[in-house]
Design a protein around this ligand. Structure first.
Ligand code: MN
Length: 239
């Protein structure tokens, strides 16, 4: 079962993430439906971008710490993570505790198409070529698995890939994560997503107590979110 690892890591009484128990949508005949992809910007213990490609009813997933780059010379680490349910694809919100605790932003989505004959075989070989047609990411890309180092732990073996933009009309020097940092679902930033959700929990929660750059970024986001929520509450309670 491809979603076992996904479910094992989560307590669905505590996280707003979908459990993936929903019936897979029946495919009607006729033209094949385009395959869905998304990138979720995830401020967890560290900021990363989760690239997800629909395949065989689930979302194949890679966590890309630096995010996607449009520069064909870049090779950004992409760590293969557990398959996610298809319903996860438009999730945006706050994971208050547990695995993946943090804020999830739907940073991009659209259709993807394999540029290989057989996706399963390409995954096995560790060389998947594909095209993206999102709001931010377009054109031809590759995910290439790297060789494990001798000290790679058994659980991490085979998980290390590189995300590479092929040189095409859509490649270039534009820093897409800086140029287009916001949500394609809510148009907001992390603090807006938090303000729409549970900033109170977070102000007092242990999430704010984290050290390092992530902790600092998070404290700023929490402050902004609390201010936005306050302004909104004031507006709503105004006569
Ligand atoms: Mn993640």
């Amino acid at each position: 079962m491809p979603l076992d690892e996904y479910r094992r890591k989560r307590d669905f009484s505590k996280t707003p993430e979908p459990s993936g128990d929903g019936k897979p949508r029946a495919r009607r005949g006729g033209k094949p439906k385009p395959l869905y992809f998304c990138v979720q910007k995830h401020l967890a213990s560290r900021l990363h971008y989760d690239l997800r490609l629909e395949h065989d009813g689930v979302l194949l997933s890679w966590a890309v710490p630096k995010g996607p780059s449009l520069d064909h010379r870049d090779r950004h680490l992409a760590v293969r993570t557990e398959d996610h349910p298809r319903e996860y694809g438009d999730f945006e919100g706050v994971i208050p505790e547990g695995y993946g605790q943090g804020i999830v932003m739907l940073w991009d989505y659209g259709a993807w198409s394999p540029e290989v004959d057989d996706v399963g075989e390409a995954l096995g070989k560790g060389d998947l070529k594909f095209a993206l047609d999102g709001y931010k990411l377009k054109g031809s890309w590759a995910l290439v698995r790297t060789r494990d180092r001798p000290d790679t732990s058994p659980s991490q073996r085979g998980r290390s890939w590189l995300l590479i933009k092929h040189r095409d009309f859509w490649s270039g020097a534009l820093d897409i994560t800086a140029f287009a940092p916001l949500s394609v679902k809510s148009e907001g930033d992390f603090d807006d997503i938090l303000a729409a959700d549970l900033p109170d929990v977070w102000v007092t929660g242990r999430a704010a107590a984290r050290g390092g750059a992530t902790g600092k970024a998070l404290r700023e986001i929490i402050e902004k979110a609390a201010a936005k929520k306050l302004a909104r509450d004031d507006r709503e309670s105004a006569p």
